[in-house]
Ligand binder design. Structure first.
Ligand code: F6R
Length: 232
């Protein structure tokens, strides 16, 4: 695992963009896995400032809340438009449809798209409880795209983006851990004390489904960018 320690989120974003640029310029970025959340905001801000051309790149987002349409300001589809897709043209952009009538069928459709477009690079954040995408503690490492129940910790962490805690959806569609691990290269960003325990587990913990992020110890190409400098 490659660890890059930075002082600020802006510096982290620049480092992440350098790696993205390198993969893109080598012609190795056809399928690009994206994340949402506060951690990714500076990355998309930085990417939007560049003249990088994503018009031959297909984007796949990790997850979406169940019950929110793409027009809902708290949906991840809306977030992606605001933060990146309005600024950068992609060949195609895919996000699981959280308002699909048949959620199981939607998960299967998404997983099929992923296997048709194997991910070259995946951006990841991490939850305070060690989740990656919305794979909460206890999710099998063999999981593909599925419907998940969000834990109270995740609902609490995401509630500042909503009117109140009760407005946070309790379910989401998420790429599975197996879906994520198939990405050729992974960049994980984590900032602040709230992420310390998750990173401690990633660097020093036992690989266990109780802390999903630990599975990245078994991936051959992971770069962690963090402002926590006394960890590894
Ligand atoms: C978002 C996602 C989540 C977040 C994680 C951290 O698409 O998959 O796993 O990356 O919850 O969220 P922030 O960045 O808001 O701390």
């Amino acid at each position: 695992m490659n660890v890059i320690t930075v002082k600020t989120k802006e510096e982290a974003a620049k480092k992440a963009v350098e790696i993205i640029e390198d993969v893109l310029n080598r012609g190795d970025l056809k399928s690009f896995g994206l994340a949402t959340g506060g951690t990714m905001e500076p990355v998309y801000k930085e990417l939007s400032k560049t003249d990088l051309d994503f018009s031959h790149v297909t984007a796949f987002n990790l997850d979406e809340y169940v019950g929110l349409t793409a027009e809902h300001p708290n949906s991840y589809a809306y977030y992606m438009k605001e933060k990146l897709f309005n600024q950068k043209v992609f060949e195609n952009t895919y996000i699981p449809n959280g308002s699909a009538e048949d959620l199981k069928a939607e998960c299967n459709r998404y997983e099929q798209l992923l296997s048709d477009h194997p991910l070259d690079l995946q951006l990841l954040g991490v939850g305070e409880n060690g989740h990656i995408a919305f794979n909460e503690p206890g999710t099998p490492f063999t999981s593909n795209t599925h419907v998940t129940n969000l834990t109270q910790s995740t609902i609490d962490a995401n509630s500042p983006y909503f009117e109140n805690k009760d407005a946070v959806p309790t379910k989401a569609l998420t790429m599975g851990i197996s879906s994520i691990l198939r990405a050729r290269k992974i960049i994980l960003l984590a900032f602040g004390e709230k992420k310390r325990e998750a990173l401690n587990q990633l660097f020093k913990g036992t690989v266990t489904e109780e802390c999903p992020v630990t599975i990245l110890q078994n991936h051959p190409d992971v770069t962690v960018i963090t402002d926590l400098n006394d960890l590894s």
